[in-house]
Design a protein around this ligand. Structure first.
Ligand code: FES
Length: 56
């Protein structure tokens, strides 16, 4: 499922990035570009990031 349409970032990509060591929205933004255009996806991306981090 696409989380960020502007940058074509999927929930799978976010999960993959967390597995690779990404632990903050800033890092996620830097490596995927998520939330860097219209910003509409930020909230959902943050939620997915958080959900993944609590599972670690
Ligand atoms: Fe992610 Fe626009 S949908 S920046």
């Amino acid at each position: 499922m696409y989380v960020c349409l502007c940058k074509a970032v999927t929930d799978k990509t976010i999960k993959q990035k967390v597995a690779e060591g990404v632990s903050s929205m800033r890092e996620l933004k830097m490596c995927t570009g998520v939330g860097s255009q219209c910003g509409k996806c930020t909230c959902q991306a943050q939620q997915i990031l958080h959900n993944e981090l609590v599972q670690l």
